[in-house]
Design a binder for this molecule. Structure first.
Ligand code: COA
Ligand code: AMP
Length: 639
């Protein structure tokens, strides 16, 4: 337990950032000590621990084996969808990673090369990530629920020398063949990938392309295990693409040194975990939560991590989470509020909870979307442990605001993500860039430099990094979230300020969906807005104007549009609602009034903008939304 109180740690992290993080860095093994902790000479491009040489994989695996933790489980794979539970000790995981790293080297992957990983939640996905880190290759994991077009976009931006994939994923009762999706993506991409390694799973066999594809097991056969290659602390460890305002995903770049330091410390300071504890992040390795808190942080901290291939409900029932907690003696569970809403819906009284011994569970952490107080209260009442809402983003890689369990636990205010975490100087600015008073809503920003472990830039796109995050308020990072800080310093995240929506904890771009709809030959113009949903937090709703002269039945066009989004973005977009309208409400300068439409759909107060072109267009949309069952009083069923 860190003996510093939260306030001391917070003050020191800002007033003496180099001293603070330099001390935290000593918890890790460095091949060469850094020249200095923070290099601000190229601000706003800050670098942590320049001159230092480190290997993240060594710190996550080998170090623990050498220090006597070899027989402790490093990873527990629990897969109700395949009926499997497997435990890998630190020694076993280290050996597997070293061997796969050897296979990567034998297949020609070298330090600095990019490798795309498109895999379901199997231990091999973790092995592939750590093997890349071991040899200094840069991985880019793409979430399995994305369609070939999205995978192709990422391949074209990351330009990998190799893709690692599997024959299939298992979603509930369904087997989803991944290899045809990969083949389609490789066909769509303009960047040519020379080599693919494919894990054949028993649920489906993948057809291989001769000369390009190699199976996982034979790839391992002749390759000697690879040692850890020390890399520069400032070298890229991974790229993770996330949704922005357009259909072009942003490649967030994470470094080795700062990332390892911040994540190792966060396990203790934020999550209150000690080496040997069992940590379960019920997310997916394709998202940032999976990168940070399924893979890197728990292993860097010597904990046992749980890799769960299943859902909160339906695999087989709403007691699935409690079974996993009880069976593996989980000490902390981290998931998205939507998972709890799904469980609450199926088991409102929590009857299934009573069947399991949850005595090991100390804390529940929620993040990924705004958590409604009802869900917090339900979870607190049923689990009888502190429920900690905390706020972060793909870009930051670890929490910006949280109730730090390893420092001084603070009173919980449901609906707030608690206070700024040490390292993050959070502020709320108005449109002019002035800091607003406590309690007033504005744009949430973080004063530069960002702490270690956050993004260093966008992949081969420094200008895009500045444009998206730093240009709006010089000297600050723009989070893209709006909210306020109250008089006690608690941060309240209220909404996004851009066209990003959050569907079941998954971050998606409505701009990206609009691009897909606009590509349909019958569509003249369109808007996609995120409307509130009692289960998934938000759902996308498409409003489409057809070209003059289109006489095809509306239902047919709607079905084609739904299918089109599924084909281009993926099932994960949950795009099921689209309606044909006569026109879209706009300002006189032609800007579509998306946020006004969203407010109407969610039955919130709104004012008709003074710059509106034709107020009747807004009235028509309000009527159309009512017909669809939106824009109803908040208590109405189903929304
Ligand atoms: N590979 C292929 N398809 C996938 C996939 C994957 N890895 N993950 C999701 N999908 C598909 C699903 O099968 C579903 O397809 P369908 O429309 O054909 O049914 C679609 O994408 C939407 O998936 P999901 O968001 O999981 O919704 P759901 O209705 O199947 O389940 C919840 C609802 C609430 C149970 C689920 O969203 C959930 O567990 N959420 C937790 C969120 C989470 O972990 N977020 C990570 C951030 S912490
Ligand atoms: P992602 O990059 O996918 O992790 O999504 C990050 C976004 O999810 C943030 O910018 C917020 O909009 C939202 N988010 C994450 N955690 C929270 C939270 N605890 N409360 C409210 N919104 C959150």
């Amino acid at each position: 337990m860190d003996t510093q109180t939260y306030r001391e740690a917070y003050r020191r992290s800002l007033e003496d950032a180099e001293g603070f993080w330099g001390e935290r860095a000593q918890a890790l093994h460095w091949e060469r000590r850094w020249d200095r902790v923070l290099d601000a000479s190229r601000a706003p491009f800050y670098r942590w621990f320049p001159g230092g040489r480190i290997n993240t994989c060594y710190n996550a695996l080998d170090r623990h084996v050498e220090e006597g933790r070899g027989e402790q489980p490093a990873l527990i794979y629990d897969s109700p969808v395949t009926g499997t539970v497997a435990r890998l000790s630190y020694r076993e995981l280290c050996e597997r990673v070293a061997r796969f790293a050897g296979a990567l080297t034998a297949q020609g992957v070298a330090r600095g090369d990019c490798v795309v990983i498109y895999m379901p939640m199997v231990p091999e996905a973790v092995v592939a990530m750590l093997a890349c880190a071991r040899i200094g290759a840069v991985h880019s994991v793409v979430f399995g629920g994305f369609a070939p077009h999205e995978l192709a976009k990422r391949i074209d931006d990351a330009r990998p020398v190799m893709v690692i994939s599997a024959s299939c994923g298992v979603e509930g009762q369904r087997v989803i063949a991944y290899k045809p999706l990969l083949d389609e993506a490789l066909g769509l991409a303009s960047h040519a990938v020379g080599r693919c390694i494919v894990l054949q799973r028993p649920q489906a066999a993948a057809a291989l392309t001769a000369g390009r594809d190699v199976e996982w097991s034979p790839a391992l056969e002749s390759a000697p295990p690879a040692p850890c290659a020390p890399v520069e602390a400032t070298d890229p460890l991974y790229i993770l693409y996330t949704s922005g305002t357009t259909g072009k995903p942003k490649g967030v770049v994470r470094d080795h040194g700062g990332h390892a330091v911040a994540l190792a410390w966060s396990m203790e300071a934020i999550y209150g975990m000690q080496p040997g504890d069992v940590f379960w992040a019920a997310s997916d390795v394709g998202w940032v939560v999976g990168h940070s808190y399924i893979v890197y942080a728990p292993l860097l901290a010597g904990c046992t991590t749980v890799l769960y291939e299943g859902k909160p409900v339906g695999t087989p029932d709403a007691g699935a989470f409690w079974r996993v907690v009880a069976e593996h003696r989980v000490n902390a569970l981290f998931t998205a509020p939507t998972a709890f809403r799904a469980i609450k819906k199926e088991d409102p009284t929590g009857a299934l909870i009573a069947r399991y011994d949850l005595g090991s569970l100390r804390t529940l952490f929620l993040a990924g979307e705004r958590c409604d107080p009802d869900t917090v209260h339900w979870a607190e009442e049923k689990l009888r442990v502190p429920v900690i809402d905390h706020w972060w983003q793909t870009e930051t890689g670890w929490p910006v605001a949280a109730n730090c369990r390893g420092l001084t636990p603070m009173p919980i205010k449901p609906g707030s993500a608690s206070v700024a975490v040490p390292g993050y100087d959070v502020a709320v600015l108005d449109e002019s860039g002035a800091e607003v008073e406590a309690g007033r809503i504005g744009n949430i920003v973080i004063r530069l430099p960002l702490p270690p472990g956050t993004l260093t830039t966008l992949w081969q796109n420094d200008a895009g990094y500045v444009d998206s995050y730093l240009k709006r308020y010089p000297g600050y990072y723009l989070t893209g979230d709006a909210g306020f800080i109250d008089a006690d310093g608690y941060v309240w995240i209220m909404s996004r300020i851009d066209d990003v929506i959050n569907v079941a904890g998954h971050r998606l771009s409505t701009g990206g969906m609009e691009e897909v709809l606009a590509g349909h030959p019958d569509v003249a113009e369109c808007a996609v807005i995120g409307v509130s949903d009692s289960l998934k937090g938000q759902l996308p709703l498409g409003l489409v104007v057809l070209k003059a002269g289109v006489v095809r039945p509306a239902a047919q066009v709607q079905q084609e549009l739904i299918e089109r989004v599924r084909q281009h973005i993926g099932a994960v977009a949950a795009f099921r609602h689209v309606t044909i309208v006569a026109r879209l409400p706009k300002t006189r300068s032609g800007k579509v009034l998306r946020s006004t439409m969203r407010a109407i759909a969610d039955s919130q107060n709104y004012t008709t903008p003074a710059t509106i072109d034709d107020p009747h267009a807004l009235e028509e949309i309000a009527e159309a939304l009512k017909t669809l069952g939106y824009a109803l009083p908040p208590a109405a069923p189903g929304r």
